[in-house]
Design a protein around this ligand. Structure first.
Ligand SMILES: [Zn+2]
Length: 200
């Protein structure tokens, strides 16, 4: 489970739309409990459309078409060259630090799992923009290599959070009780992490 996701379950699909003879790619997020459509264009050029689950696709497409001018304006202002440089630099940084991050995180997982004794399969170190860690249904643990730059207590919280998802896949009360066994101050740390996420 993505550590930054809230309780809403989100489905994400890649889509394309043709406006003014140009093909624009976007990611469509279907979210339960949402009442209207939201468009977002991120600094990396990612175009994300969030819509209520029950909205028909033609309504969403029509909405995007109506906002075409705004979309083109935003996309135009994104400097792809500069973006490419940043991405390259980020990738070099990732490759340089991946092995070290793996060693540090593997130790942490082992140590913190002594309390839980959960069974996990693979640990992966990733370079992600939006997520510190995740756990899969198959029992694989993924961590962002940048967590090694975080303060120790936040690192421990992330590892414990993902470990506990091996038992509880949601963020229900049982999940938080499990987390609290090792990290009683998890609420405070979660807020701190949210702040840090803005600069990830
Ligand atoms: Zn989670």
């Amino acid at each position: 489970m993505n550590i930054k996701k809230s309780f809403n379950i989100t489905v994400l699909i890649k889509k394309k739309i043709k406006i003014n003879k140009k093909i624009i790619e976007y990611k469509l997020k279907r979210r339960r409990g949402m009442q209207s459509i939201r468009l977002a264009i991120y600094a990396d050029g990612n175009f994300v459309v969030t819509a209520p689950r029950w909205y028909p696709l033609y309504v969403i497409r029509k909405f995007i078409e109506e906002k075409a001018e705004w979309i083109f304006e935003r996309l135009k202002n994104i400097d792809l060259n500069e973006l490419g440089e940043k991405k390259k630099e980020d990738q070099i940084n990732y490759l340089a630090n991946k092995a070290m991050a793996m060693a540090a995180i593997r130790n942490k997982v082992r140590f913190l799992n002594r309390h839980y004794n959960f069974i996990y399969h693979r640990i992966s170190i990733k370079n992600q923009k939006t997520c510190w860690g995740s756990a899969s249904r198959k029992g694989n643990l993924n961590f962002n290599y940048k967590i090694i730059d975080l303060p120790e207590d936040l690192q421990n919280y992330i590892v414990v959070h993902e470990l506990c998802h091996l038992k509880e896949l949601n963020h229900g009360s049982k999940f938080w009780e499990l987390v609290a066994e090792s990290v009683p101050e998890h609420e405070k740390l979660r807020k701190q992490l949210k702040e840090k996420s803005k600069t990830i």
